[in-house]
Design a protein around this ligand. Sequence first.
Ligand SMILES: Cc1ncc(COP(=O)(O)O)c(C=O)c1O
Length: 402
Amino acid sequence: MSISDKTKKIIDEADRYGAHNYHPLPVVLCRGEGVWVWDVDGKKYLDCLSAYSAVNQGHCHPRIVKALVEQSSKFSLSSRAFHNDQMGSFLKAICEFSGFEKALPMNSGAEAVETAIKALRKWGYLKKGVAAEQAEIIVCSNNFHGRTVSIVSFSSEEGYREGFGPFTPGFKIISYNDLQAFEEAITKNTVAFLLEPIQGEAGILIPDKGYLKGVQQICKKNNVMLAVDEIQTGLGRTGRDFCFQHELSENPDVLILGKAISGGLYPVSVMLASEEILGVFKPGQHGSTFGGNPLGSRVAAEALAVIKDEKLSQRAAQLGEGFIAKLKTISSSHVEEVRGLGLMIAIEIKKSSGPARPFCEKLQALGVLAKETHGQSIRLAPPLVIKQEELDWLFEQIKSVL
Ligand SMILES: Cc1ncc(COP(=O)(O)O)c(C=O)c1O
């Protein structure tokens, strides 16, 4: 695709001075509003990635921007050495919204996952009676929980691991969507099962109906904590407040949130659990300079209120169902499968048609920003504030490219 001199200059600068740890589409964005983003040449695009579901509320939501501006000019950071007047009310709001007893705020998603790993290991030693240094956490192949050394230690994706060892021990990888494999992997040292209710980065892989329910039953039977990573699936994306609610009538033991918890305006993440689990941390055993800061807390409280007030989970359910059904009507020799839940959708391109990236580049030319996932899938996850007319327009663009 031809790009302007202005765009080329900015991309060249980033390439020259930045590490090449991403392979972005050749577009330079400088403005966002709702579901739309604009590049530096003034071209408008419908954002179908939503910053990997971090902007479920839409870009620069006016209520969240207002909260950020007001709070940033009043008080931004105190560190946890002192109390601040915003953290408690945010934690109360997210606990009441999710039905968990306690929450521990961090910044990135990976940090919240690390927090869960630490809490679950300590719970294993203090409450379950696992022998020192023996705690095991079971995870799934094709998982994605972030990029820290401990987290890539249990990735099954060689590209995420190669050259980054030595790795953290204490994890066991089993296949996803396989209850028997889970049951067989449990030992007396198993403290937790950590999984995504839909594997997002793996290409929107949806397990069979009944899988999560079965997992919860096995966890209960074996005194193994169920830790659900909803950093990508949570907060409305799949048509429920949390994806696990499609199956479970009772909360898992641990819930990990990030991304949309702050509507894309500030990095906030949170680990939610019972007093029994989060109570294992004593002062000095875990923390973060920015975790729970007043600015992030105020922004996240507002971002959560927007999800509730604008009924974004219900929107995703209604709009997503119709959109997925319509996508399935497209007759194209390139399409292997359309799958999704709510507004978390993948169009898998047949191997014989080549990778998904050229399709994404064609969509870009038509004003749609969508990113390929794992080579063959076009991921569609627009902000949940998208309107029916906008989805109809998106459908026409996708149809013409396919
Ligand atoms: C399911 C899941 N867990 C964890 C993460 C890591 O979050 P972060 O990039 O904020 O560290 C992601 C990010 O894509 C994710 O999708």
